[in-house]
Ligand binder design. Structure first.
Ligand SMILES: [Fe+2]
Length: 191
């Protein structure tokens, strides 16, 4: 057993910034242009506006060992791609039996979940929301507000991220703008 030492990290509720700084990953539109239902809109934005930042996450990297709990923040910028709100890629855990907790820090979001057997769920989140992602549920977050949506998450170090099936098929439900408000729509890929 190697003993980890305790430490504390300051988290900016509005920015998601970690102090001291830890690992930071940015996802731009070009990283996920194929994941939006309206791919033509994604290509148009890339051509006309450039490679928009969709979200970034910062997290405390820890050894991939049983019992370690990596944690960090995600900030999704406001906006949409062809009427579909900015979102994270979303993933299953490679080890499907691992759950996760999300805690809303600022802004308004939607947490989309689904299982490989076809169950779906959509939960609204805001500052103070503690959302539970149970084992076996894929999860994606969506910014449905006009400001940044920021949340904090804690997961088990060996959970792993399985993006492949989501990159191929997306989620069963889309979060789209309807009369200026968020609404759920069926992903035509699952029709
Ligand atoms: Fe996760």
């Amino acid at each position: 057993m190697s003993l980890s030492l305790p430490f504390v990290t300051q988290v900016g509720f509005d920015s998601g910034t970690l102090r001291p700084p830890h690992k930071r990953i940015q996802r731009r539109l070009s990283d996920m242009a194929l994941m939006y239902a309206d791919r033509a809109a994604a290509q148009r934005i890339l051509a006309q506006e450039g490679d928009r930042l969709i979200y970034e996450y910062q997290f405390v990297e820890l050894p991939s060992a049983e019992g370690q709990l990596p944690h960090g923040s995600t900030r999704i910028l406001p906006g949409d791609i062809g009427g579909e709100y900015h979102m994270t890629k979303g993933h299953y855990h490679a080890r499907r039996e691992q759950g996760e907790v999300y805690f809303g820090l600022s802004g308004r979001g939607m947490l989309l979940l689904q299982t490989e057997q076809g169950a779906t769920s959509a939960l609204e989140m805001s500052a103070g929301s503690a959302a539970y992602v149970p084992p076996y549920w894929a999860h994606r977050t969506v910014n449905i507000g006009a400001e940044d949506f920021v949340f904090f998450s804690v997961w088990e170090a060996r959970a792993g991220h399985d993006y492949a099936s989501i990159e191929r098929d997306g989620f069963r439900q889309l979060v789209v703008m309807r009369d200026g408000a968020p609404a759920l729509a069926q992903n035509p890929k699952y029709a």
